[in-house]
Design a protein. Structure first.
Length: 291
């Protein structure tokens, strides 16, 4: 029948594998009173929807409600008398994660182990392997995210950001605080000239006692960019850095997650995991387990 088309939806995770979840799908035409609902679809299989209206703009809003992944929305143009294919990539809902499958201490890079061995972190009584073993999943994910991102951020000298890290002083899910060599700040400032970093506001970053602000810089990616905020002790010229990966609503824009379903008050490391994998093709080396 003229004026109609069909739609085939394919569901994937951030690795590009078929989504292991069940989904509810709601399709609503942008201007005609036509709706389609499909409940409890097993997302490892594609879904074909026939009899869609391919007139009056041909646009449908698709809302996908998974059990364990974030809710996403997409506007889809349906072609007349044709099958339209739509690939949908869904990030995991952090609230559904039971644990992370992280590398053991011996499987970490020698570079990261050396930093952990030198680190006495606020709130923890030991360093090295014992420190790593004591980290809760949120802190461990945040550490691995930032190690991966800093190791992939390379100056024109060939050195990575992480190679300037001497020890860690604080660990949070969304950031790390570290002792760094003074050269990191100088190298970061110089990199502004060739477009690796750019200056950024540091108004939300409070210097630790005895330190003063020494500038903030971030990489230029649209989503999941690395921000380095420096603090200096004027009498000794010691430097600390507050390093974080900025979500900047990336989980919403990269995957078209419905904003009302993003309700945490801080940048969740599991969201950063999904952005790094899907948007930047960087694997933080751990997996999110849904049980």
């Amino acid at each position: 029948m003229g004026g109609q088309g069909s739609l085939r939806l394919h569901f994937y995770d951030v690795y590009g594998n078929r989504l292991r979840d069940t989904v509810d799908i709601f399709l609503r035409h942008s201007s005609l009173p036509h709706r389609v609902e499909v409940r409890r679809h097993r997302a490892t299989r594609s879904l074909q929807v026939d009899g869609l209206k391919a007139t009056h703009g041909r646009s449908y809003r698709a809302l996908i409600y998974p059990s364990n992944h974030r809710v996403i929305s997409r506007y889809i143009q349906v072609e007349e008398e044709r099958e339209t294919r739509q690939d949908l990539f869904l990030p995991i809902n952090p609230d559904k994660v039971l644990e992370i499958e992280a590398p053991t201490y011996s499987d970490l890079s020698s570079e990261l182990r050396a930093v952990l061995d030198a680190s006495f972190v606020e709130g923890f009584s030991d360093c090295g392997e014992i420190l790593y073993g004591m980290l809760d999943p949120i802190r461990k994910a945040g550490l691995l995210n930032l190690y991966t991102k800093m190791s992939a951020t390379i100056f024109d000298s060939g050195r990575t950001v992480f190679s300037f890290i001497q020890s860690l002083t604080r660990l949070r899910g969304d950031r790390v605080f570290a002792v760094v060599s003074k050269d990191l700040r100088d190298t970061t400032i110089n990199s502004v000239g060739y477009g690796l970093f750019q200056e950024a506001p540091d108004t939300l970053h409070t210097p630790p006692p005895g330190f003063v602000s020494a500038g903030s810089y971030k990489t230029l990616e649209q989503y999941g960019n690395l921000q380095l905020t420096f603090f200096c002790r004027p009498d000794t010229l010691d430097f600390l850095v507050d390093a974080d990966i900025d979500d900047a609503q990336g989980i919403e824009h990269v995957f078209q997650v419905v904003r009302n379903w993003v309700n945490q008050s801080f940048t969740h490391p599991y969201d950063i995991h999904e952005i790094l994998l899907f948007h930047q093709k960087l694997d933080p080396g751990y997996r999110l387990s849904l049980g």
